[in-house]
Design a protein around this ligand. Structure first.
Ligand code: GLN
Length: 233
């Protein structure tokens, strides 16, 4: 029998901007359409992060909730243990920056991240806001990424991670790359939400968690993708 997919949505009370919760809905829907039963836990910042999830998601946020979220996640330790167990993670924008060693606070001051992946962030010169398109690392074999970004932060990748993609339009990490991946962890600046705009990325996470999956009809997703890509390319 197919086992349940366990999705953990981290700190929706602090970190969920520009429809990031849609990432949870897309994963749920794409799993259920393939007959996989789904259990989702929404973990508020006052609650411990469960360690038995298959896919963890965390979204973007303003500077102060981001700082609070980083402190709580570091104290909690549950996400680290889950990733060590082999769980997958999609971390978006503020959530992405939190996964590194450091990020910029509201005055640009360095704030400690949770050191889950080898990245460090700071504040850039100007806000990066608008549509983004990027070509994905050939190692992942995914089509062009599309999304929306709105952040002050810039992110430097260490040798322990690979860039998720190279920007064609937009800012991303700030050095011509966008996002990163390492093991089953993906970080990105993309909202949209990212998985509605990029269903192949959703399926990559699902495959990491559940093994090979049958294709499903993506007509509507593809229309949205093509519309958004045509607006910028
Ligand atoms: N506060 C962070 C920044 O400006 C993240 C913003 C966001 O998540 N949209 O870089």
């Amino acid at each position: 029998m197919q086992s349940n997919l366990r999705i953990v949505w981290i700190y929706p009370d602090l970190l969920s901007t520009y429809g990031d919760q849609g990432n949870v809905l897309v994963l749920e829907q794409r799993a259920r359409r393939r007959g996989i039963p789904v259990e989702t836990v929404h973990v508020r910042s006052s609650d411990p992060v469960p360690e038995q999830g298959d896919i963890y998601l965390i979204g973007g946020g303003e500077d102060r909730p981001q700082i609070l979220g980083a402190e709580r996640l570091r104290r909690d330790g549950g996400l680290h243990r889950a990733i060590e167990r082999g769980a997958a993670l999609l971390a978006v924008c503020a959530g992405y920056q939190i996964m590194g060693s450091v990020f910029g606070g509201e005055e640009g001051q360095p704030v400690a991240g949770i050191e889950l992946i080898d990245i460090s962030s700071g504040r850039g010169e100007r806000r990066a806001v608008g549509e983004l398109a990027a070509e994905v690392d050939p190692g992942l074999g995914l089509p062009t990424l599309t999304g929306f970004e709105n952040h002050m932060g810039v992110t430097r990748l260490g040798p322990g991670v690979r860039p998720l993609s190279r920007t064609v339009v937009g800012t991303g990490n700030g050095d011509g790359t966008e996002g990163c991946y390492a093991g089953k962890v993906v970080g990105t600046y993309l909202h949209g939400p990212a998985l509605a705009r990029n269903p192949a990325l959703a399926d990559l996470l699902l495959t990491w968690a559940m093994g090979p999956l049958p294709p499903i009809d993506d007509t509507w997703y593809e229309r949205l993708r093509q519309e958004r890509l045509a607006a910028v390319l």
